[in-house]
Design a binder for this molecule. Structure first.
Ligand code: MOS
Length: 692
């Protein structure tokens, strides 16, 4: 594999290049894209959860001064492709879930558009709807695969017989809540249809994936669509693939050629149209010898998808590789409901999928009278139990031991519910964390020497993660120049193609292309290039991916205090120790890890989308009702990492840090709550009533 020159910029704490523009308010976001005489778009949403619109009355809306167009399924342009039901907006009068978009208003001001949207009246044929997930449903089905393409079920040995023979078993049901991504910046698009060319300024985790999807929906050649997105105010997966709002904006723009239109989802609309994390119900069974060696494990997951489009969260997947056990089985079953389409939310699969098993491991440790760290160490596999491959590097045990040392785990009295400081019961808990080290093929980087500096062009996205800052660090080391000599240009389909900022794979995928392009550049021009010199390269294949299993690992430690009378839970300490390969930029990486851990704390104690089964409506659909951890909820939060060198993953040796921080956090907190109170809570979020 290509080697970097001696890394100098990589590993150096470097402040964000985009920081000053963002904090001074001069960084243009999608809704603020420069636009001459823009129009504003407001969607009209269905007020039933299933049925069809029989009539949509638009006269009142159209009569309002400043309204330019009202578009309904009866009047909208026919799209070239309706294969993706989520993107096939306004193509038929069917209502598959409450809040589905049934009309669009285009007006001179956002206020007018919103007012007019309220004047649109629909009549419906209402059908009974079905929005309740339950393990007892008779219509649960096995999808063909789970996100993105993992097998739905796996079995090795005989899990049931192994459980039967085991000396100690744990068998419980764990539940994680429906959750909604709430990036600060809503899903927003400025769209302009001009001279046969569609330009979208879209808040997205991938300009090229948006271009492909939109071009497909409208039947346009890709070169007729340009997508731009220099800055993103957060995404967490909800902007990883285009949702209905992008197509709605493009459709509105097509209706008013030559005039730009702007569409920003309201916070409440985001709870319907931007994807969400499916609720999961996980039946977890562990069987072990008295000495704590797992003989069998079984994880059976039930979750929901939408009736119009399948998304199968891969919740059972992490249990396949995490611990050694000769007999093992995992399965996924789905209920297709009259609900919006679920999608990616930070660490889909691993995040919910490490809750049940990591609490079950804690329960097994208690049943065995064994320290939960020791139990995990005893079940450390020599090779990936799923496929028999060696790990490219696996430092879970080192994370557990180093983290334990830093946290002061050795002094822990294992007895639950026996420590009290005034009104507070106190306890500590641990859980493991894991996330695959992925690299996507299909990015290209172009390096050009201009004005005496290097410019790197790649259509990558920075959704607040630090790509603006770390890609120049990678390029600098690959070119053998100081990072300030490198300018990076990202977030535009005018630059070479790049894969989505998702699956914690951005740095690995784009970085590998940049290193390859730098190598091509140096081969061609040496270190003294002439003005205008340029070279490009694609993300190279990595044959080591066939040979090794590649994962980052971590250990999450939580200290909690629980009010003995009210059940109020506080988390005075949350410390994570990770092994995620080489860390390109300690400042931005630490922010990713801390952000992930905070989101995990939020998952443990607060975040839940409450569906009213009578209406199919998420009733707490705003930031007043959907509580996200704030500063006041976070105590002493720390993330650190081991100095891990993995020569197999990619030329930089990076594993990705965007998602691993959230994985295992909720289990560590639930385990600490049990240690504090003696009450085992198996359902998230852990609310006060569960402890009283
Ligand atoms: Mo992440 S949920 O892959 O953006």
């Amino acid at each position: 594999m290509t080697e970097l020159l001696e890394p100098r910029a990589i590993g150096t704490p470097t402040t964000r290049r985009d920081g000053p523009a963002k904090v001074t308010g001069t960084a243009p976001y999608a809704f603020e894209a420069p636009a001459d005489r823009p129009l504003y778009v407001h969607p009209v949403q269905a007020t039933i959860a299933r049925g069809r619109c029989t009539r949509i009355a638009t006269v009142a809306a159209e009569s309002l001064g400043g309204v330019v167009r009202v578009i309904t399924p009866f009047t909208a342009e026919r799209l070239a492709s309706t294969d993706d039901a989520e993107l096939a907006v306004l193509q038929d009068p069917e209502v598959p879930f409450r809040g589905h978009v049934i009309a669009l208003v285009v007006a001179e001001t956002p206020e007018t558009a919103r007012h007019a949207a309220e004047l649109v009246e629909a009549a419906y044929d209402v059908e009974p709807h079905d929005v309740e997930l339950d393990v007892g449903r008779s219509d649960l089905y096995a999808p063909d695969s789970v996100n993105p393409d993992f097998p739905t079920d796996t079995a090795q040995g005989d899990a049931d017989a192994g459980l039967e023979r085991a000396e100690v078993t744990v068998g419980e049901t764990y539940e994680t809540a429906m959750q909604h991504n709430n990036p600060l910046e809503p899903h927003a698009t400025t769209a302009l249809w001009d001279n046969g060319m569609l330009t979208l300024w879209d808040s997205t985790q991938g300009v090229h994936p948006v271009r492909s999807a939109v071009a497909g929906v409208f039947g346009l050649p890709e070169e007729k669509v340009r997508v731009r997105c220099p800055y993103v105010g957060g995404g967490f997966g909800s902007k990883g693939r285009p949702h209905a709002n992008v197509v709605l904006a493009a459709l509105a723009a097509r209706a008013v050629p030559g005039r730009p239109v702007k569409l920003a989802l309201t916070r409440q609309q985001m709870f319907v149209l931007a994807g969400y994390r499916t609720p999961t119900i996980q039946r977890v069974r562990l069987g072990a010898d008295r000495d704590g060696r797992l003989r069998a494990l079984r994880v059976d997951v039930v979750e929901q998808t939408s009736r119009i489009k399948e998304f199968a969260e891969q919740t059972g997947v992490p249990a396949r590789m995490m611990y050694a056990a000769p007999n093992r089985a995992t399965s996924h079953r789905l209920a297709a409901l009259d609900v919006p389409v679920p999608s990616w939310m930070r660490a889909p699969g691993e995040c919910p999928g490490m809750f049940g098993p990591e609490v079950a491991m804690d329960e097994l440790a208690v049943a065995l009278g064994m320290d939960p760290i020791e139990l995990r160490v005893r079940n450390e596999p020599g090779r990936d139990p799923e496929n028999g491959r060696p790990f490219s590097s696996r430092n879970l045990v080192a994370c557990l031991r180093t983290g334990a040392e830093r946290f002061g785990w050795a002094e822990r009295d294992p007895r639950p519910g026996v420590r009290r400081e005034g009104r507070w019961l106190t306890g500590t808990g641990v859980a493991a964390s894991v996330y695959p080290a992925k690299r996507s093929p299909g990015s290209t980087a172009l390096i050009r020497f201009e004005n005496g500096r290097y410019a790197v062009e790649i259509g990558a996205a920075d959704l607040g993660t630090g790509a603006w800052t770390i890609l120049p660090q990678i390029a600098a080391d690959a070119l053998g120049v100081p990072a300030p000599d490198v300018e990076v240009r990202i977030g535009d389909t005018g630059y070479p193609k790049a894969t989505v900022a998702g699956g914690s794979s951005g740095t690995a995928s784009w970085g590998a292309a940049i290193v390859a392009a730098a190598e091509a550049f140096r081969d061609k021009y040496g270190s003294d290039p002439a003005e205008g010199a340029e070279a490009s390269a694609d993300t190279p294949e990595n044959p080591a991916e066939e040979e090794y299993s590649m994962y980052a690992f971590g250990a999450q430690f939580a200290e909690v205090r629980v009010d003995a009378d009210t059940g109020e839970i506080r988390v005075p300490r949350l410390w994570g120790t990770f092994a995620a390969g080489r860390i390109v930029n300690p400042l931005t990486a630490r922010s990713q890890l801390l952000g992930g851990m905070t989101m995990g704390l939020s998952m443990a104690l607060f975040e839940t989308s409450t569906m009213d089964p009578r209406t199919g409506h998420v009733v707490n659909h705003d930031l007043a009702g959907y509580h996200i951890a704030t500063n006041a909820d976070v105590g002493d939060l720390r993330a650190d990492w081991l100095d891990e060198h993995d020569p197999h993953v990619n030329p930089m040796g990076t594993k990705g840090v965007g998602e691993i921080g959230i994985v295992g956090t909720a289990a560590a907190i639930a385990n600490a709550v049990h240690h504090a109170t003696g009450v085992r809570v198996r359902k998230l979020p852990i609310t006060l009533d569960a402890l009283l």
